[in-house]
Design a protein around this ligand. Structure first.
Ligand SMILES: *Cc1c(COP(=O)(O)O)cnc(C)c1O
Length: 398
């Protein structure tokens, strides 16, 4: 199909929920993707923080091929080894004791919301069900998770929203303390707000939130769907803040591109779920978990995590140099290989300009460029992005 045909048929047959770039990607290799005409693009989007191992990583491909030939799906009526093994790795490398698997970020947050409600209900009785989330957050598009999301544009037109959510400004302890009542079951936040424009939490704030939660037996839920799996230079972002949650959600990078989500919790919280209280037909199926295992092995034993940390530091330095040289750059933010560049111009224009110059980036909000490349990105590739941005900003100010 030609690009014109693709666009026409997409308009004709697909619900129009997305604004897409005028690009059709047919193949990927490492940090590069290729369009219909065979043109190469350097990929700093990585399927929105999903393709941590890049495209076509041999270990991931082999794990998927092998598992597909062996067994793709069985349902959770039976035991499968990949699911148990992936849960074990996640538990051994995190604060958590137990894992529930599902198929996406929104579903992982649904599980977290249900688990928090159930825990509070069983321990304190009905009526203590409220969850406080942050303004400018992003937690997904299902009814519960769009209600949890503190952004009007995500909620608009979907009334009535779910009961029991309230919102406070991010990084503001006073307002949070004021919002906690005897009805509060949990506080839910992203250690770095990703979709909202790459805003990290303050270290002291997160510590104070943890103390507040512990004091009141309010559960602390970290949405690490975007920050997890090495994105910030450690397996999970919370490790760098020195604060542990009670519940954590993962998705995006967990399967390296194969859909999978997970909700992790401590034993005392996870006990609130018993047989029948939550479920998913596909959740943790052998194919997705085999992919998750390949990702974990590459990160932990294949030195990808170590490489990501080094590249994150290199990228951070390059971005601050870029800020120092170009007045249009107002601020650079982020950790590891989750970086944002706040501009005094429309981000959209820079995204298009980069595309024309053979680099994929995306915008998180009107004025923020977001960079979430695969963790196998190299210094030379980071330099190429920075050179291209410098050219665009110079042309802009000329
Ligand atoms: C992407 C994302 C989600 C939603 O994940 P889906 O797989 O699209 O449902 C939730 N929370 C955060 C922080 C995300 O980045």
């Amino acid at each position: 199909m030609s690009m014109e045909e693709l666009q026409q048929n997409a308009a004709r047959y697909l619900m129009q929920t997305y604004t897409r770039q005028p690009l059709s990607i047919v193949r990927g290799q490492g940090t590069k993707v290729y369009d219909l005409a065979g043109r190469e693009y350097l990929d700093f989007v990585g399927g929105i923080a999903v393709n941590v191992l890049g495209h076509g990583h041999p270990d991931l491909v082999q794990a998927i091929q092998h598992q597909a030939a062996q067994l793709i799906h069985t349902s959770n009526l039976y035991y499968t080894e990949p699911q148990v093994k992936l849960a074990q790795i996640l538990v051994e490398h995190s604060f958590a004791d137990k894992v529930f698997f599902c198929n996406s970020g929104a579903e992982a947050n649904e599980a977290a919301i249900k688990l928090a409600r159930r825990y509070s209900h069983d321990k304190y009785g009905a009526g203590r069900f409220e969850i406080i989330t942050m303004k400018n957050s992003f937690h997904g598009r299902t009814m519960a998770t769009l209600t949890a999301t503190g952004q009007d544009k995500v909620q608009k037109g979907y009334d009535p929203l779910l009961q029991g959510f309230s919102y406070v400004p991010f990084n503001n302890l006073e307002e949070l303390e004021r919002a906690v009542t005897d009805k509060t079951a949990a506080i839910m936040l992203e250690p770095i707000q990703g979709e909202g424009g790459v805003y990290p939490a303050d270290r002291t704030y997160l510590k104070q939130v943890r103390d507040l939660c512990s004091k009141k037996d309010v559960l602390l839920i970290f949405d690490e769907i975007q920050t997890g799996m090495g994105r910030t230079g450690t397996l999970f972002a919370y490790e760098q803040f020195g604060v542990q949650p009670d519940i954590m959600t993962l998705a995006k990078a967990l399967g390296g591109g194969v859909p999978i989500g997970a909700c992790l919790a401590t034993d005392s919280v996870a006990k609130a779920f018993s047989p029948g209280s939550h479920a998913s037909t596909f959740g943790g199926n052998p194919l997705a978990c085999a992919a998750g295992l390949a990702v974990c092995h590459a990160l932990l034993e294949g030195k990808v995590l170590e490489h990501a940390r080094l590249m994150g530091e290199y990228f951070a330095k390059g971005l601050s140099d870029c800020k120092a040289q170009h007045r249009v750059v107002r601020e650079v933010r982020g950790l590891g290989l989750l970086r944002g560049m706040h501009l005094d111009m429309e981000a959209k224009a820079v995204v298009s300009d980069c595309l024309a110059r053979g680099i994929l980036i995306n915008a998180a909000g009107e004025h923020v460029l977001r960079f979430v490349p695969s963790l196998i990105i190299t210094e030379a590739e980071i330099d190429r992005l920075l050179d291209t941005l410098a050219q665009i900003f110079s042309a802009q100010s000329a």
